[in-house]
Design a protein around this ligand. Structure first.
Ligand code: GLC
Ligand code: GLC
Length: 818
């Protein structure tokens, strides 16, 4: 069943009933202020860091699901009309019956419209560019033919800033809550008296008829959000919070004649003062920054203007890569939603979603480098800054902090380093950046090691240390040592954990020093050639030669010790035993090493590459995507770690871990098998499963990290939507390898590998200061191969389009054929 539809012209997903199989969310904000916003107005917001500076409270894993958000309660007190009827126009939290309901999730905004008993409600929610607030523009329209007397109550619950402390430290927190109320403005100032110099403001642009700031007074102690006492009484209590739980609620009495509309602009803002200007007078906060913000958004017109500017911003951004094709599902995912998701992963990394609590993981070294592959074409300058931040958390020996904190940009000591794939992703990210921009200058930037300026060296040296780390950390078969884990965080071959709760990633109880990863070898063989090119192009010929030799040696090691007869092995464990081999009882074949080895071109000449992907298809493929391994581990294996801790079919234990599926897709394009490449692309692509939402459950417009595998009861059910490396890699697979518009060092390579029934399509691509309008004609119905390329009306030799850099649009016609 479907719960909505795509409106591609508006770049929106339109949800047509509120009771979606899971809250379907959107992200507001693209700079410093962010909000998570569900289709029933649930969620929360924060300034920069979801853990440290959270403005509103949200209870994860709550019952009922998704309670807590920015709510508006309506009470119809009209004579002969509502008679005290109370409802929530966003459906939740009262699960109100509505005569109309629609939620449109767009690029950085959401819009909820509904109606009940002749009163229409509309809410447009967004974070304006360059300001630190959410705007909620509310319009009430009387669609009935009698006068309406409506009471509207806004409602948010403040978080006491540190989201972790807020949910645990009640002995303190119940005594520290403080607010100020001034006219229609409610200020949340907990801890401002001491070490904070920031407060939140929740305001509306019209005079109010009452307010509440104490949760218990507003709701009633034993009531839920679905039965606020003040609303049912039809009267705010003007409560002033003192400790306990500060909230913000405005009461507005609106009289509406038949046909009349009224619009209100609510603003939820974050404000900061300089240390020496915190107070207006003792105990009274300096409201200047709030005044400035609220004056700016004091009218519906001003809100509309900010909204239009936001739309322009997204239009320009997504205009850098567009797709037009007969297959609308592919076109809307590649052209709109996949890129949008890539921007969200850029902003959030793995911090805040409906599956990531915002208090856990920071930015991952490997995750951030891979995310970059999906947004570098959209925001190259910000990608550059991100690379320098990431590289600064590398250690002098080339290894890296596995995670770092976004606010401090410092490595996270709790998890440390030792994930031996990490260094190589830096090469991968930097190469993608240079191919996109041609900016070799970045290599000469001085970047600290371990955040220590005294240890700074050029970014090029960082790459060299990355490369050398792999070269110098190999095991008995000449394959890279795995360390704590490689890309698969759950393959913990040195861990041997028996203690519940102990981290599989940071515990090392049995380091024989010989556990090796075939995947890291393949990643090395894939990214190594980029390192060689970078050396060559910057006059480092000797280094290029050395690197080429190292890659050849590694490839040989894979060929000699990483092949199992029908597919590539996954690893050797701490006893030197094979993992991912037909000799194993469970876990005979894994996806990652096979996808990546073929991406790297290993086994292309001797047929192994083809055989490997045929085996993947035979053993790992399902209707909903390719599972990570087979057979699933039935028991816990102490020598393998977390991978075997999951019940069969979930997560790394034979779930469809979507992140690695595009590696197979890309591998298939390397083999020239466009039909199969596209099949693997569509299976995990959410738009193709829109009418299967009851099973899939997650948003049909974004990728999920995992879909339950064939060993799981709910095979096909997705979890962990939004913050996943799947976004970047699927975008790479569809844009660069299937549609075949791929940035390379010298220009834009045209190399489509499509299903034979994809007859023609158009891609527009902004690239190094020019627009490439690329029309691909595949009336020949081939899967790969180019017959001719015309550039601005002239025949073009070779498949690499030049760098025009002339701020002009260029017409490219590509004819596929044998
Ligand atoms: C998660 C992690 C990522 C890892 C993957 C596989 O998505 O964020 O770093 O590669 O799991 O374990
Ligand atoms: C868990 C997850 C994995 C994630 C890791 C992060 O192991 O299963 O997906 O990457 O935690 O440390």
């Amino acid at each position: 069943m479907q719960y909505g539809y795509f409106d591609d012209n508006a770049r929106e997903y339109v949800i047509t009933r509120p009771d979606t199989p899971y809250p379907w969310i959107n992200y507001l904000g693209c700079e410093d202020f962010y909000g998570l916003f569900s289709n029933t107005s649930g969620g929360y917001c924060f300034y920069r860091d979801a853990r440290m500076l959270r403005l509103t409270r949200y209870r994860y894993n709550n019952v009922p699901a998704d309670s807590g958000g920015r709510y508006f309660y309506l009470r119809d007190g009209s004579a002969g009309g509502g008679g005290g009827d109370v409802w929530t126009p966003s459906w939740m939290p009262m699960k109100s019956e509505l005569s109309r309901y629609e939620c449109r999730h767009g690029m950085g905004y959401s819009r909820i419209s509904s109606a009940r008993n002749g009163l229409a409600f509309s809410q447009v929610s967004f974070v304006p560019l360059h300001d630190t607030c959410e705007i909620h523009k509310i319009t009430l329209t009387n669609e009935s033919n009698i006068d309406k007397r409506i009471d509207m109550f806004s409602f948010i619950e403040f978080c006491l800033w540190n989201a972790n402390d807020d949910m645990t430290n009640f002995q303190r927190n119940f005594s520290i809550g403080e607010v100020e109320i001034e006219g229609s403005r409610i200020y949340h100032k907990t801890e401002y008296r001491e070490r904070r110099n920031h407060y939140a403001v929740w305001a509306v642009n019209v005079p109010i008829d009452g307010f509440d700031t104490d949760r218990q007074t507003f709701l009633g102690l034993y009531n839920g959000f679905d039965h606020p006492q003040a609303v049912f009484d039809g009267e705010a209590k003007n409560s002033v919070a003192s400790g306990w739980a500060p909230v913000g609620s405005h009461h507005i009495k609106a009289r509406l004649a038949p046909g009349e509309s009224k619009t209100f602009v609510f603003v939820l803002g974050y404000c900061e003062n300089p240390e020496d200007q915190k107070w207006e007078k003792q105990g009274i906060i300096n409201k200047k920054p709030a005044n400035k913000l609220l004056e700016k958004y004091g009218t519906p017109d001003a809100a509309d203007e900010a909204f239009a500017a936001l739309n322009e911003y997204w239009k320009a951004l997504l205009g850098r890569f567009t797709v037009d094709a007969e297959d609308k599902k592919m076109a809307r995912m590649a052209g709109i939603w996949n890129q949008y998701q890539c921007m969200v992963t850029f902003n959030m990394s793995r911090s805040a979603s409906y599956f990531e609590s915002g208090i856990g993981r920071g930015m991952g070294f490997r995750d951030s480098n891979q995310d970059l592959l999906g947004f570098v074409h959209l925001v190259p300058e910000r990608a550059r800054a991100r690379i320098l931040d990431i590289a600064a958390t590398q250690f002098p020996d080339g290894s890296a902090y596995h995670q770092y904190q976004p606010l401090t940009k410092r490595g996270n000591n709790e998890i440390g380093s030792g994930f031996n794939d990490d260094p190589l992703w830096l090469i991968c990210g930097v190469a993608a950046y240079i191919k996109e921009t041609g900016d070799y200058g970045i290599l000469e930037e001085k970047v600290p090691f371990d955040n220590n300026e005294a240890l700074a060296d050029t970014l090029f040296i960082h790459l060299k240390r990355s490369f050398d780390y792999t070269v110098t950390h190999t095991g008995p078969h000449g394959l890279p040592l795995i360390g704590r884990a490689d890309w698969n965080d759950c393959l913990n071959l040195n861990c041997f954990s028996k203690t519940p709760g102990e981290s599989f990633q940071t515990t090392a109880n049995f380091e024989s020093g010989i556990a090796e990863s075939v995947l890291i070898a393949a990643i090395f063989a894939f990214t190594g050639p980029d390192y060689v090119e970078i050396c060559r192009r910057t006059g480092r010929g000797d280094e290029a030669q050395y690197a080429e030799k190292a890659i050849a040696t590694m490839t040989e090691a894979v060929n000699n010790h990483g092949w199992d007869g029908g597919w590539f092995l996954r690893a050797y464990d701490a006893h030197g035993k094979k993992i991912g081999s037909r000799e194993c009882e469970d876990g005979k074949i894994f996806i990652e090493s096979n996808g990546f080895a073929v991406m790297a071109g290993i086994g292309l000449k001797d047929g192994r590459a083809q055989k490997a992907l045929d085996s993947v298809k035979e053993h790992l493929d399902t209707k909903y995507g390719i599972v990570l391994l087979q057979p699933a581990y039935k028991d816990y294996h102490i020598e393998l770690g977390e991978v075997s801790s999951y019940p069969p079919g979930y997560k790394e234990n034979a779930g469809i871990f979507c992140h690695n599926n595009p590696w197979v897709t890309i591998g298939e394009t390397v083999l020239g098998r466009g039909n199969r490449a596209f099949e693997t692309y569509t299976k995990i692509c959410p738009a193709y499963r829109e009418d299967d939402s009851d099973l899939r459950r997650m948003e049909p417009y974004v990728y999920a990290q995992m879909v339950a595998g064939k060993d799981a009861v709910r095979h096909g059910e997705a979890k962990n939507s939004w913050l996943t490396g799947t976004a970047a890699w699927t975008f790479v697979s569809i844009s660069q390898y299937i549609l075949g518009v791929r940035p390379v060092f010298d220009g834009l390579l045209i190399d489509p590998c499509v299903p034979s029934n994809m007859k023609n399509y158009t891609v527009t691509r902004h690239f190094r200061g020019a627009d490439y309008h690329i029309m691909v004609d595949n009336s020949a119905g081939v899967e790969k191969g180019i017959k001719s390329i015309m550039v601005d009306g002239n025949p073009h030799n070779g498949a690499v389009l030049p760098v025009f850099g002339d701020n002009k649009a260029h017409n490219i016609i590509v004819t596929m054929g044998k």
